[in-house]
Write a protein of this length. Sequence first.
Lengths: 203, 356
Amino acid sequence: MSYFTPGYQRSIEEFNKLPGVGPKSAEKLTDYFLKLKPELFEQFLYVLNTMREQVHPCKNCFNLTEGEVCSICSDITRNKEIVCVVEKAKDIAAIEKTGSYKGVYHVLEGSLNPLNGIGPESIRIEELFERIKKFSFKEVVLALNFSQSGDLTCMYIIHQLQNFPIKITRLASGIPTGSDIEFADAKTLQAAFKGREKIEIED
Amino acid sequence: MFVDHFKATNFRCFDNVECEFSRYLNVVYGNNGSGKSNFLEAIFYVLQGNGFRTKKDSYLLKYNAPFLRTEAKFTSQSIEKTVSVAWEKEAGKKITINGRENEKTASLFEECNVIIMTPATPELVKGGPEHRRKFIDRIHAKENPAYLSILNKYSITFRTRNLLLRRRLSNPHDKDMYSTLTHNIRNLSKIIQSERKNTIMQMQEVFFNICEQLNLPSLKNIRIMYAPSPIDAIDEYQLMQKEIQRGTSLIGSHLDRLSLRRDSRSLRIYGSEGEQKITAFVLKLCEFYFLETRTKNVPIVMLDDFQSELDNDNFNKMLAFIRPKAQIFLTSLHHEVVDNPDKVFKVENEEVHGEV
Ligand SMILES: Nc1ncnc2c1ncn2[C@@H]1O[C@H](COP(=O)(O)OP(=O)(O)O)[C@@H](O)[C@H]1O
Ligand SMILES: [Mg+2]
Ligand SMILES: [Zn+2]
């Protein structure tokens, strides 16, 4: 049973749903908002609302943007012949920090894991194939996580593109298995880009 | 390697156990049902990250206890290390090695060599080929840790492929995914089969030598026969139809046959109970030899009710084979099971006590 008023309790439950927020922190956040000055509370709601209204995936590459296309797609100095495939928009930030990649991106918004119900239809993989068929990319760099679903996604992409005249490379290992591109340090990532390996399909 | 110090809380029938072990032969005795196997399993758990009678941690938790915890100090290749494995329902398993938290079971597999022989060991000969495939695969993975990740990839590929087949490739992209997985299962099978072939060839030689050394002439003409399953199909479309119909993968190294034969007759079918047992235990000695020589980390050997499975002569021969090299844990109803044990533990009333 709860000692809190219903409204207070509901607020705790909502905060508890946020990633990384346990029941204790949910209570602290509720207290914080309960006592927050009205104008600061308004500002908080305003910022959240505008973020929700304005931030959305780029229509080309699914990177986050507030315009129609993202800053990378609209940058004329980027090399449009090479596309780097990542699992989530945050991975782009990690790669951009290395300064060693000048092509464009494609965000899959996930990776394949059919055992958990995530098939090709659940991520932006058809969109990737469409882009490759439509534009004349010369190279696809797979910068997917070194995890089971990352591996499966790579294999799927490689196999689906096997009859396509395009060079496919994957970031060189050096990034430990099971780890996430987002959290790899800049130096390791830079080396992984330089040493990316061409993938040959043998039959 | 040796476990020097061991502690467990809420493991199976024990509230709290704490022991210092001998680096040689430890005898664990007690009545039936007193908890001898549980005690071995607790030591096994901290070294390998799972029980040997179950893979389910919840079964290992003392009835109604909130969590279980095991920890040990061990020495491998003259380096002292600490390890702990804890489990609770909500948080799951937590493995810590030398203070590094969130380690994986695979790291324990790499760090620690443990060989266990129990009354279930003869399944290696009596049971289906999956027991023998697993036996060979684990031995090879010890020598070549990258093989473990190949096996993992195989298992994911195989399970995903079966999932798609069970739903008759009915989702929109299933056919594409199926063809990727088919390609993949073939590549992985090729690797697995070539590694298995190699390991089995070496195993045959080691098996022969150990039989010679233990003076077991009747086992010397036993052959380990390996028949890799075909991985290519004559007609891809037909294969797909058949697989959909059966709802399972019909190609791949999970179908490899692996048998023990004498004069081309399978021991599984024609061997006597006694022959099956002794063959299985000799195979475990082969495993011991492999781990000892290939990883340079002499395995700890756990023998659960071992002497009740063998006649005296064979029991003594086998014990003599490992005793000079390894730390041993031997359970028995009586403490006189061997001459001059180095340390004796009595299990009674859900407690373990060292005796002098
Ligand atoms: N999770 C558990 N919690 C408490 N007791 C358990 C648990 N699992 C098994 N036991 C008890 O442990 C006893 C068996 O111990 P075991 O080690 O198999 O005996 P033995 O000395 O014959 O090898 C049984 O009585 C069983 O009820
Ligand atoms: Mg027992
Ligand atoms: Zn874009």
